[in-house]
Design a protein around this ligand. Structure first.
Ligand code: ATP
Ligand code: MG
Length: 233
């Protein structure tokens, strides 16, 4: 799936004394099957930007086209369907875990996709394995009893289980040790090459992602300051 961001601006609390222009006239085309890294200082607008890509935030002006279709000009049912195809792993994993067990949490997405129980079970097992966790050990635990790193892996598994065409990850390796970081990044890279999905990965560090991505998007104070292959940085 291709994602085109057109003249997109986002102002928080528009019209109030706390008004803040977080994104200013962003124009970017992300080609189908590409791997994009987004970097930028804290507060530069990375999380704000990616939350527009599956319609979680509505822009103040401008829009997002997915495969040429304006996502803010769709019916609610189509937007829900779109959220299954454009999977977003939040910066703070606790924002997307809410069921009483890990198994139920990871099954939540596929369940809403109308799959059979058998298909759901297979997807849940596979995605828990993909993020380097042992299914039998972890399946009945509460997501809130897990370590930060485990919680993050479960949140990623939940999105992978939907088999999205576009996978967006907001700092997926934050809080992981170097081995965990490598494991997760390798798995994301593998998914990208094997299934040809589009990947958009937000990171603080160029070191982590410089070698993996097709293009780097650098954002500063809500503006795109660079969008090209990493060799041109
Ligand atoms: P980080 O690297 O720390 O995660 P970021 O690049 O993801 O930062 P955003 O979370 O997109 O940054 O925030 C961009 C700016 O918008 C920041 O200045 C932030 O304070 C502001 N902001 C974010 N969310 C809100 C909100 N809900 N209401 C008001 N301002 C917000
Ligand atoms: Mg952020």
């Amino acid at each position: 799936m291709s994602v085109e961001i057109k003249n997109l601006s986002h102002t928080y609390s528009e019209g109030s004394p706390f008004e803040f222009k977080a994104l200013k006239e962003i124009n970017i085309t992300i080609e189908d099957g590409s791997f994009i890294g987004i970097i930028g200082h804290t507060g530069s607008g990375k999380s704000t930007l990616i939350q527009h890509l599956n319609g979680l935030l509505t822009p103040t002006s401008g829009t997002v086209l997915v495969d040429g279709k304006d996502i803010f000009d769709t019916k609610k049912s189509e937007l829900i369907e779109l959220r299954h195809r454009i999977g977003l792993v939040f910066q703070y994993p606790e924002h997307q875990l809410f069921e009483e067990t890990v198994q139920k949490d990871v099954a939540f997405g596929p369940k809403n996709q109308g799959l059979s129980q058998e298909e759901i079970d297979t997807r849940v097992r596979q995605s828990i394995k993909m993020v380097g966790l042992d299914f039998e050990t972890i399946k009945d635990k509460s997501p809130f009893e897990l370590s930060g790193g485990q919680m993050r892996r479960v949140a990623i598994a939940g999105v992978l289980a939907m088999e999205p065409a576009v996978l967006i990850l907001d700092e997926p390796t934050a809080g992981l040790d170097p081995r965990g970081r490598e494991e997760i990044l390798a798995q994301i890279k593998l998914l990208h090459t094997q299934k040809q999905i589009t990947v958009i990965l937000v990171s603080h560090s160029m070191e982590d992602i410089g070698k993996m991505v097709d293009k780097i998007l650098v954002i500063n104070e809500g503006e795109v300051v660079f969008f090209d292959t990493p060799s041109h940085v």
